[in-house]
Design a protein around this ligand. Structure first.
Ligand SMILES: [Ca+2]
Ligand SMILES: [Ca+2]
Length: 398
């Protein structure tokens, strides 16, 4: 199933000098032919990116920097963003532009926000299921937030928080934070469970949810829990763990997400309003200490993932390919893998996965984006992060 050429590991690097930084290019094999991988820029823990309508790109770096990439160069950090709480999985996360960006210049970003009022003693109650992920030194009350502002030159004007995860909690991880606009102009936000498990089933909390809001932060009247006693009206779906990928399937118009499972059990889900996706009651994986969690198949009241992975692939970033550079990839779901260090491609037959390919880049892929010319842009995670461009290779394979 996975035909990955060993050529990548032994590929000679062709060096091209001429842009502000050295551009390295290498080729790797795929089911659909060779692919050229070119480094466009080096970045510090990049997390999210989006294209502006004029060909520029916005890229986030988790420590709190938002930069413009244009003509092979990265700008200085954009001024005017609120303070970001940078720690472990938290920091500046995703970035998206308004559907009417060309006219209103509005940019949206997700990030980790510390609570204004920190409790006097913020030590959390130890949860044994957190295992190695518990940190006694982490005592900052914080949560995911989404803000928007108008991009003017290299500054954000009139930044305003339009959504906050509720409640804020201690803990370093599981912020979610992917942003995507629906074709009818609503903003979807993925919201992680903050490693708190049960709140994902609690409609009075926005931990472990997909949220849907209007661009100004108000609540659409047709959200599924509007008017439900005790439920927060921005909730669109629930029972999620840590979704780091979201995209609209252009064929069905539906929201797709994927989410990280615990030990195994990463999922890709088609999202329907008001539905329960099961976490932490069911998972196709198990707890980190190997204690079992029942699989989705044991409980019919929960939505079943389209596909799940054991062992974990750690999916991040998601797009539906629509370009011409990789014609055989058209309408496929394409996303990054962190622990799997791969680009993963799902060929689809309607809402069924017909085949899967993993391109072993040997790099933690954090986000994916299709460029205007149909090439693919990838963000590589970490201190030695990168912006990469993938195009069809010129070399011929046997
Ligand atoms: Ca699930
Ligand atoms: Ca299980």
């Amino acid at each position: 199933m996975l035909r990955y050429s060993t050529f990548a590991a032994s590929a000679a690097l062709s060096l091209v000098v001429g842009s502000p930084m050295q551009v390295r290019a290498e080729e790797l094999g795929s089911k659909t032919g060779p692919i050229e991988v070119e480094q466009l820029a080096k970045l510090d823990n990049p997390w999210g990116m989006t294209r502006l309508s004029d060909g520029r790109m916005l890229i986030t770096e988790k420590p709190g920097r938002l930069r413009i990439y244009e003509n092979g160069k990265l700008s200085d950090p954009i001024k005017g963003l609120p303070k970001v709480e940078y720690n472990a999985q938290g920091g500046l996360l995703d970035v998206e532009i308004d559907p009417d960006f060309a006219n209103n210049g509005l940019v949206y970003w997700s990030y980790t926000e510390a609570a204004e009022q920190q409790p006097a003693d913020a030590r959390d109650v130890r949860d044994p299921r957190l295992g190695q992920f518990f940190d006694d030194n982490d005592n900052v009350l914080k949560g995911t937030a989404v803000a928007r502002g108008r991009l003017e030159g290299n500054e954000i004007q009139d930044a305003k928080v339009i959504w906050r995860q509720s409640p804020k909690t201690i803990g370093r991880n599981h912020y979610g934070g992917r942003l995507v606009f629906s074709p009818d102009g609503h903003l979807f936000i993925t919201s992680g469970d903050r490693q708190r498990f049960e709140p994902a089933q609690d409609l009075g909390s926005t931990l472990g949810k997909v949220v849907r809001i209007n661009p100004d932060g108000s609540i659409p009247k047709d959200n599924p829990f509007v008017g439900t006693q005790g439920a927060l009206p921005e909730i669109w779906s629930y029972g999620h763990r840590n979704p780091l990928g979201a995209a609209i399937n252009p064929v069905s118009g539906q929201l797709w997400i994927h989410e990280m499972g615990p030990k195994g059990g990463d999922e890709v889900n088609v999202i329907e309003p008001g539905k329960n996706y099961g976490w932490p009651v069911v998972s196709d994986g198990n707890n980190y200490d190997d204690s079992p969690i029942p699989d989705h198949a044991t409980r019919t009241e929960f939505q079943t993932p389209l596909r799940s992975w054991n062992p974990s692939i750690s999916p991040s970033g998601l797009l539906f390919y629509a370009g011409h550079r990789f014609p055989q990839w058209r309408s496929n779901a394409v996303f990054g893998g962190l622990s799997s260090k791969a680009l993963i491609r799902l060929a689809l037959d309607g809402d069924k996965v017909s085949s899967e390919e993993r391109l072993a880049l040997n790099k933690r892929v954090r986000d994916v984006l299709e460029d205007t010319d149909g090439s693919l842009l990838l963000l590589v995670d970490g201190d030695d992060g990168e912006l990469l461009r993938l195009t069809p290779g010129k070399r011929t394979f046997n």
